[in-house]
Design a protein around this ligand. Sequence first.
Ligand code: HEM
Length: 329
Amino acid sequence: MIGRRVFDYGSSGWDPKADEFKSMVVELMKLSGVFNIGDFIPFLDWLDLNGVKAKAKKLRKRFNAFLTSIIEEHQISKNEKHQNIYLTTLLSLKDTPQEGCKLSDEEVKAILLNMFGAGTDTPSSTIEWAMAELIRNPRSMVRVRQEIDSVVGEDRLVTELDLPHLPYLQAVVKETFRLHPPTPLSIPRISEESCEIFGYHIPKGATLLVNVWAIGRDPKEWSDPLEFKPERFLLGGEKGGVDVKGNNFEVIPFGAGRRICAGMSLGLVEVQLLTATLAHAFDWELENGLDPKSLNMDEAYGLTLQRAVPLSVHPRPRLSHHLYSSSSP
Ligand code: HEM
């Protein structure tokens, strides 16, 4: 979806650069989460003892080459198509006469990297966790499907316009964000000034992390915190009316305040739409007939919360045949 919005790739169902790009983002997330000795013992930083800096420099070169080729390709074809997409708008700012709005090549690449780095792994890992939870909790799967079938029927796919009419689906997504926030320690921030918060002294220059993962499992806030119970977010439920958009601090997968996620609206729609579509359009069976209750739910270490063992499933279509042809909307 991001590829389509930004580059107009993938609109015919296949994204030619997706695999290459995905492998770079996965490496970026792994590297960003690695324990770097130099971060904790600064005078050893220059030695790069566990090789993080060297790997990061290599990865930077790969990203640079990738983004340069995307921009060059786009410039060659810009008069034929792609008039309304994000990259066209960004590139037009290279030539703008408006003071303060002009962008250099490096700035265009940095913005693209920011959008892609922050906006690809986060929704995709959430969707994978949501599907794992639905498969492990068949009663929730049945309920979410009944809701979608009654609103959408079996002769078309879910669209963005259906989402406000699917409260249980939205509760499933909130419950997934609570248990499996894609950035479990949010994004590291550095304090500009010394300050005091709830009696704790925060020195200037300290790196600050918010443990979003632990907040979402705090037994003082949540009943049965380790259980997957979307019902808690329905009206009349224990957390009815609570949202995930930074207004309720007990569940803040997108952060909160001034530096809240810049892509929150898009990210939320991506997760809701894809989870709804996957639940609606397919029956799911685990690899080798594995019992859903024994599904491994371990987490891997990194900046984003990936599954330790990727979800491996067999989909079986459950809607009208014509919806599965590549020409359907
Ligand atoms: C499930 C989806 C997503 C989640 C859970 C998520 C989560 C986050 C979090 C926790 C932060 C840090 C906020 C803070 O420090 O308080 C952040 C920042 C950011 N996100 Fe997202 N994100 C998602 C999707 C996206 C998408 C789709 C985009 C762009 C297309 C995006 C772009 C950004 C950017 C640019 C920032 C940095 C904002 C800043 O520092 O001002 N994110 N995101």
